[in-house]
Design a protein around this ligand. Structure first.
Ligand SMILES: Cc1cc2nc3c(=O)[nH]c(=O)nc-3n(C[C@H](O)[C@H](O)[C@H](O)COP(=O)(O)OP(=O)(O)OC[C@H]3O[C@@H](n4cnc5c(N)ncnc54)[C@H](O)[C@@H]3O)c2cc1C
Length: 364
């Protein structure tokens, strides 16, 4: 049995979300000693819509990966109902997401990390750098442990301690994401929705059905976020006729919103950032799983090269530009008059025969 804190690791990875798990799986092919530290538990799991977008599905295909059915939830839906609460417009668009249990997805990715990579539970609370070595302080099992390493990979998401500690001059704009779970009463047909409401948020919100629950979530400016969320739910209820009642669960976390190219930070020296910690998330849809997987794999591959930093930066250059160009898409989507124009024109929308009444009676 290895004493985890008696050795100097080649690499310590902080966080085992999609970015950290992908990095760990891929780096296992190189001859490195790697420790992954992760603080996620069933009780404190990552709030997420849990939709696997086509880009993420394509990356799984490239890695020849499969998803067991217990990662998926009921139902799978093929369109998104886009509602603009300000103009009263509604349109349907075809979508190709997979509806998942996000925690089960993270556990599945972790289960694919080979045994030559060590994983330990705990919350990293501090990192010090001295003489080319890092000392990582971790709260685990009611105690404090310390681990030493030569390279740090920050895969610790939107509130990354690695980014805050080592790149304080590269802050990124963040929203507070709030998501609530409601018992689904089976009255209306399950649907995904994308909700625009400029009165309460300059981002979109969503509803998603999952295994007997209806989720309502959105991203809000941190100041006054809870009031904005509550007001938006009321406006949504009035618009859609759907009553949300008492939530069973309320979750919240930070979500990054890159605005400029400088918001993407891949690291320097022996410090690296992947996934949302690096700023890799779509500023228009907040889809981030594909970028997390892509950047995790890119960094692992870069470790095979002599200049890891430069190689990693090269490998994610097009991802940075792709996400940066989404800030333009965002400007288009979130400006009320351009959105109205697009929705009114019906471009790319599909016709859906809505039959919400007596949905329960019609199911079989
Ligand atoms: C409400 C919401 C809904 C979203 N919906 C979708 C969606 O439907 N589809 C989609 O593609 N994207 C979605 N996103 C974005 C997506 O969830 C993230 O971009 C993606 O999870 C980023 O992956 P990651 O591995 O970089 O970070 P994360 O998934 O955040 O993983 C970070 C990991 O690091 C751990 N960690 C953090 N800090 C520490 C620490 N100090 N010590 C130890 N461990 C630590 C965490 O426990 C976690 O396991 C959503 C985001 C939010 C906020």
């Amino acid at each position: 049995m290895i004493e985890l804190n008696n050795m100097i690791w080649d690499i310590i990875v902080i966080g085992a979300g999609p970015a950290g798990s992908t990095f760990a799986r891929e780096i296992s092919k190189l001859n490195k000693t790697v420790l992954v530290i992760d603080g996620q538990t069933a009780e404190k799991s990552k709030p997420c819509g849990g939709l696997l977008a086509p880009d993420a599905q394509k990356l799984l295909a490239h890695s020849d990966m499969i998803l067991p059915k217990d990662v998926l939830v009921d139902p799978q839906i093929f369109s998104v109902k886009t509602m603009d609460l300000g103009t009263g417009l509604t349109r349907y668009y075809q979508r190709y997401y997979m509806n998942m249990d996000r925690y089960a997805f993270d556990l599945h990715l972790m289960s694919l990390i080979p045994e030559n990579i060590c994983i330990t539970e705990g919350r990293c609370t501090g990192i010090a750098q001295d003489d080319g070595l890092f000392t990582v302080q971790v709260h685990q099992y009611g105690d404090i442990a310390q681990f030493k390493c030569r390279n740090i990979v920050g895969a610790d998401g939107a509130s990354s301690i690695v980014r805050r500690k080592f790149f304080p001059d590269r802050p990124i704009s963040r929203y507070t994401a709030i998501q609530q779970w409601f018992a689904y009463d089976g009255q209306e047909k399950p649907f995904y929705s994308c909700i625009f409401d400029r009165e309460t948020s300059d981002s979109c919100s969503w509803t998603i059905h999952k295994d007997g629950y209806l989720l309502y979530g959105g991203c809000f400016k941190s100041e006054g976020c809870r009031e904005a969320f509550e007001l938006q739910k009321e406006r949504f209820e009035a618009f859609s006729g759907i009553e949300l009642n008492e939530p069973i669960l309320t979750e919240a976390c930070q979500a990054c919103r890159p605005k400029h190219l400088r918001d993407f930070v891949t690291g320097e020296g022996n410090l690296f950032l992947i996934g949302e910690a690096a700023g890799f998330i779509s500023p228009s849809s907040f889809e981030g799983i594909s970028s997390a997987i892509f950047s995790g794999k890119a960094l692992a591959e870069a470790f095979a090269d002599s200049n890891v930093s430069a190689s990693y930066s090269r490998k994610v250059r097009h991802l940075k530009y792709k996400l940066y160009f989404k800030t333009w898409k965002r400007a288009f989507m979130y400006t009320p008059w351009t959105r109205k124009l697009i929705m009114k024109s019906g471009i790319s929308s599909i016709k859906v025969s809505e039959k919400q009444e007596n949905y329960e009676d019609d199911q079989y």
